[in-house]
Design a protein around this ligand. Sequence first.
Ligand code: ADP
Length: 670
Amino acid sequence: MPFFKKEGENQQAATIEDLSQKIRDSQMPPDVEKISVQELDMLSKISPESSEFTIGLTYIDYLANMPWNISTEDNLDISRAERILNEEHYGLQKTKERIIEHLAVKVLVLKKKPHILVIDDEEIARKNLTHILEKENYDVMAVQSGIEGFKRMESAEFDIVIADLKMPGVDGMEVLEKIKIKHPYTQVIIITGYATVSSAVEAMQKGAYYYIAKPFKLEEVRLKVREAYDKKSRLRSAKGSVLCFAGPPGTGKTSMGRAIARALRRKFVRISLGGIKDEAEIRGHRRTYVGAKPGRVIEEIRRAESSNPVFMMDELDKISQEFKGDPSSALLEVLDPEQNHTFVDHYLDVPFDLSRVMFIITANVFDNIPSPLRDRMELTEFSGYTLEEKAEIASQFLIPRQIREKGLYGYQPEFTEKAIFKMIQSYTREAGIRTLERRIATVCRKIAKELLHDIEENNTSGAITITPDLVEKYLGRQKYHFEVVEDENRIGVATGLVLTETGGDIIFVEAVKMKGSKELLLTGSLGDVMRESAQAALSYIRSKADSLGIQEDFFEHHDIHIHVPSGAIRKDGPSAGLTIGLALISLLTGRPAQRDVALTGEITLTGKILRVGGIKEKILAARRSRMKKVIIPGKNTDNLAELTDTIKKDIDIVPVDSIDDAIKNVLLKP
Ligand code: ADP
């Protein structure tokens, strides 16, 4: 036999021995280990040059590298968690409270000893079970009859009830039936002697978790009780167990997720679901070709080297429309506590327990998340920041961080308050603070460059104060102006407020009429709902022409064209109805609409105004654009509680219930 062949064989044997050791070290569950060993056996029989060998090798290596039994220990100190969230984030009081509550519930569940009730008429059985289970650190109560068991269950909640099947009076079956009705989460384990095994099987059909035959095997009791408790905890935590952070970009969702991981001392991983088109990106590719890979979930868990990281999934509302298969069902397998303890990735091909992962979903618009997923989530809203909040965040967090990162630490440049306001107002237009962070980074970079220059030239540098003029020097001509208010009031143009993925924004609705025959033209990338709102507005005006002071036959020989500029952005939703209505009435009555009064509201055919969403974001946007007044539906008055006093002082908010009321507030005399 040629020498190199032998060499190859030795190498193959060594590789296989290596893997075999890795499998043993990986602490994988027994069934996974069995499969790995079988696969390894097969490998030893095929040529190392074949592609099957490579596929098999990579696969086993992958299995052995999964963190089957590796997890970080949670830090359950809630006040520490609170401190960390506060240290890293300005404001967001309500959001922080919700998160802390969510963590507190988790902590309580984790800290609580499982409660077990043993019901058996035989004293020796009660004593034995109590002894076994107390050693396992369960909280055990033992009683001798079904009646007594019921009494205990009235005053306390038990995670598991272990009941003897055959007892005088109320027997195990009756106990089971009653528990299934009154305490659906409680798991029941039936104890049975040899003679009653067939009834025990019936008990399983009626919903018992398991039956244990006397005499007990210690190992069996321990294992089944533990499994039953796991099931109970999963059911308990099923609803709302996944946190969802929804809000415009740059409002602190990601950084809050990181802070939670730090507070709990867990690893942090993050993937984006935006634009995902293929289920395989979530569930993995089957192991049929050399480049096959697991899905992103398993891949990230392996990379994190921990089975319980904080796992953030971004942009769930932006899963591609062209998604192959059903994204909700693929994601439910990952997120749903009833399913995710046995998540099977196509590549891994064996179940992996995801139930200890803490998933946090982020979305710009919560309502765009598919509803089966939405139902499993506990929503926490992140809203846009006001000018003052942005300035605080900039001076407390963003500027110090950029100063550190750009190596300016020893020189301590000072930003004046006016300079910060200028950066926000003239160089950004956003609900969050992403662009602001970039602008601050640019300024700091330029300062660093000048500083270096100074030091090289003069061997020293002076103190640096950043003024509005310096901001302009570094960032160039200002990018945003407030032409909105500066421009004049016009006939047929009304200012509206819309909610987009990036927060609130203002739009202008323009209406013109021309000779023609009763046609309503709509342009500017308007969605169906917005088109219908325009139809409704026109019908209302036609039916009320007389009282509005409009010639009744205005529509007979005319076409009407409604346009909403910024055509590239798709606009939809019913809340522009009122703005469209006012633009039309302004056009037809010749009364100019005030440009610095912004409207939002859905209208009915009878001229009533209905509630709309996103009031806070819209009012923040109105304030960014320096509107004087905002007209909102009277039915949204309760939303005003979400606004701070500074905002309310700055902008006049007028709730209205009818189009007539809106007209009085918006239209001027002809
Ligand atoms: P999102 O995930 O919502 O798009 P990020 O978490 O990425 O937003 O936030 C953008 C930047 O703004 C980050 O640097 C973040 O630390 C910072 N940031 C956002 N909100 C706050 C806040 N309330 N306090 C301090 N920093 C904040």
